[in-house]
Design a protein around this ligand. Structure first.
Ligand SMILES: Nc1ncnc2c1ncn2[C@@H]1O[C@H](COP(=O)(O)OP(=O)(O)O)[C@@H](O)[C@H]1O
Ligand SMILES: [Mg+2]
Length: 267
């Protein structure tokens, strides 16, 4: 884990700011992202929305250090990201491909800690605590294929956080789940984030989800993509699927993002 990120004695995280500076990315001759600027403050929850194919996954890959930008840079705490950092946790849409099928739920969460030199008993203790936190205490000995999609995504979240992630990057994490499971997982992530204070960058094409979860929504559009709007979501830390979504401010934020999304001026 990166030396500069740290937890204090209460276990609260101290995430560092993420800054994207004039980031461009091309695949061969094709420009996907052009001159994108973005900032995520410590503990902030930023949703990134944009149509399918706009470059959201490409942006997250650059943010995570898995792929270098063509030009520009990503910094965490002022330090240029050139490889995956321990303080950045990743949760992808495809839960089927993200867990090791031959490992139990417990081992899937405990495994990455091995690389950090944590002893076996301690790894399992940490993993059990995280499984408990995501509501899966009873599934520790089960294999991924014995779990529903929603449960597998909970394991992926536990695994990302068990590594002491200060910054969680999520790429359409609930996209292939049914509506009820999805709402439950949105609230789980919000609860964990309120308690632990990690930053979140959530990529989604679901505008309601983007607004419901975030402190700020960044709208991407164009070929190559740039930020066409940034909407601050002033709905407080406590969110509720029914009360928040009926709040006139929520409706207004949603309409603003939607109008940018479909290219209409917001009245
Ligand atoms: N590895 C790659 N090589 C070439 N083109 C790619 C690659 N990955 C994505 N693309 C293209 O880049 C564009 C943006 O893709 P992506 O970042 O996956 O968009 P999104 O996640 O918003 O749907 C798409 O046109 C896609 O076909
Ligand atoms: Mg994508």
């Amino acid at each position: 884990m990166n030396q500069m990120a740290s937890s204090d004695m209460t276990g609260a995280l101290k995430p560092r700011p993420v800054v994207v500076n004039r980031l461009s990315k091309s695949y061969g001759q094709v420009g996907v992202i052009a001159g994108l600027d973005m900032r995520v403050d410590p503990g902030e929850f930023v949703s990134i929305v944009g149509p399918s194919g706009v470059g959201k996954t490409t942006l997250l890959r650059c943010l995570s250090g898995l792929m270098p930008p063509t030009s520009g840079e990503v910094t965490v705490g002022g330090q240029k990201v050139t490889e995956p950092l321990g303080e950045i946790g990743l949760v992808f849409q495809d839960y089927r491909g993200s867990l090791m099928p031959w490992m139990t739920t417990l081992d899937n969460v405990a495994f990455p800690l091995q690389g950090r030199g944590v002893a076996k008993a301690e790894r399992e203790k940490i993993a059990r605590r995280w499984l408990d936190d995501v509501g899966l205490a009873g599934a520790a000995e089960k294999y991924p294929w014995e779990l529903s999609g929603g449960m597998q995504q909970r394991v992926a979240i536990a695994r990302a956080l068990a590594y002491d992630a200060h910054i969680l990057l999520m790429d359409e994490p609930f996209g292939s789940l049914d509506a009820q499971t999805r709402l439950g997982l949105e609230d789980l992530v919000l609860r964990l984030r309120r308690r632990l204070g990690f930053s979140v960058i959530l990529v989604t094409h679901d505008i309601d989800e983007a607004v419901y979860m975030a402190d700020r929504v960044v709208v991407l559009s164009g070929k190559p993509a740039t930020v066409i709007d940034t909407v601050a979501i002033d709905l407080g830390m406590e969110r509720d699927q029914i009360a928040t979504k009926s709040d006139p401010r929520f409706v207004d934020y949603r309409n603003r993002v939607l109008s940018r999304f479909i290219g209409k001026d917001h009245a």
